[in-house]
Design a protein around this ligand. Structure first.
Ligand code: PLP
Length: 383
């Protein structure tokens, strides 16, 4: 009998090491990791730069808390907000914590309580983030949730307009709903959100926990939209595998998070910050972003040529792609694993592809070959 709570439906594979895109199990079998630990391992496994950063920092200082100034946090914050509408950053340890901070900041600053969120969204498992999440399966069984979230259909301009009143503090959304099915925000709805926020003085919180830190080919996914966020949340890829989250906010919000208003013991821990600094130094470089874009274009093109369009729909951006299938995808995930490709689902019938941003073209080719062998019957050649 396991001593663990059985809250995860774990697959019976014990991964013991990883290098780049490839991970190895305890029996010596190799897999292409197209999960990246659910969009986390942005630089692949055991990237020498982040291994070195962690080793160096671990010999200097592990933890000191936020009782003291931190030039290292200052530097990381300055890099994250550079060339953005944001002025300030707050560091925490996870995506849910970043969203909790965002919810608190929006409510405190506006002195209003209602936050509009969307069906199929995912914002995390803590009480505030769970209440914001528009998926019944995440919320059920936990009793009354926070009442002031108004959850409406994604990409429905009319329902959005109808949900706005004087009690609304913020609209909170993902530009691409990662967990909810790799659903993309309609550009028309994005325009409408921008207009509503500007007209009514409503804050816009964008949850980029999954889409941020170069995953979609730009530093942040909102840069590819007409949205003007006031608050942005990050985690996952920021630490490349070391836990760290962040909330960015515009300068006008700074006074609402003064001393004593919010905090966390571990947030911005020296080890996490050293790793995140190294990750962002690499993944924010223009050439790196261009490579993510060209690898994504290559992968999308190859998938579109390989998978019959009547049966499969490819969507997403950058290296956050979904393949919508007619059938439930759990059996495909098992078959892919047997063939040496690790995948994760996004809803019942969407396969999610989340390779490390450092994936090679030859690894993309291998992954598409495996997908073709599983998804396309009688596939003879995949070039
Ligand atoms: N927000 C989004 C968009 C996510 O995809 C996730 C996790 O999948 C979260 C928030 C929660 O992040 P964490 O699991 O680090 O709390």
């Amino acid at each position: 009998m396991s001593s663990l709570f059985q809250n995860y439906a774990r697959r019976p594979v014990h991964i013991v090491k990883g290098q780049g895109t490839v991970v190895t199990d305890d029996k010596g079998k190799n897999y292409l990791d197209f999960t990246s630990g659910i969009a986390v391992v942005s630089l692949g496994h055991a990237h020498p730069a982040i291994v070195g950063a962690l080793q160096q920092q671990s010999e200097k200082l592990w933890h000191i808390s936020n009782l003291f100034v931190s030039p290292e946090q200052e530097q990381l914050a300055a890099g994250l907000v550079q060339d953005t509408p944001f002025g300030q950053a707050f560091f925490c340890n996870s995506g849910a914590e970043a969203n909790e901070a965002a919810i608190k900041l929006a409510r405190k600053h506006t002195q209003k309580n209602v936050i509009i969120t969307f069906e199929q969204s995912f914002h995390g498992r803590t009480f505030g983030a769970m209440s914001a999440t528009g998926q019944e399966k995440v919320r059920q069984g936990f009793g009354p949730l926070l009442e002031t979230f108004r959850t409406i259909p994604y990409n429905d301009k009319q329902q959005l307009e109808a949900a706005i009143d004087d009690d609304v503090a913020a609209i909170m959304l993902e530009v691409i709903q990662g967990e909810g099915g790799v659903n993309q925000l309609d550009p028309d709805v994005a325009q409408a959100i921008t207009a509503i926020c500007q007209e009514k003085g409503i804050l816009l919180i964008i949850d980029e926990v999954q889409t941020g830190i170069s995953r979609t080919g730009t530093r942040y996914a909102y840069e590819q939209t007409p949205l003007h966020p006031d608050i942005l949340t990050l985690a996952k890829g920021l630490g490349g595998g070391f836990p760290i989250g962040a909330m960015l906010g515009t300068k006008v919000l700074a006074d609402s998070f003064g001393p004593g208003t919010h905090g966390t013991t571990f947030g911005g821990n020296p080890l996490a910050v050293a790793v995140a600094q190294t990750v962002t130094d690499i993944v924010f470089q223009e050439e790196f972003l261009q490579e993510v874009k060209s690898k994504a274009d290559y992968l999308i093109d190859k998938l579109q040529k390989t998978l019959p369009q009547d049966d499969f729909t490819i969507r997403g951006a950058g290296l956050l792609l979904g393949i919508e299938c007619k059938d439930e995808v759990v059996p495909f995930i098992q078959q892919a694993e047997d063939a040496g490709l690790l995948l994760v689902q996004a809803g019942p019938n969407v396969l999610r592809l989340l390779p490390p941003l450092t994936v090679t073209i030859s690894e993309l080719d291998q992954a598409v070959d495996i997908l073709a062998s599983i998804l396309v019957t009688n596939t003879s050649t995949v070039s």
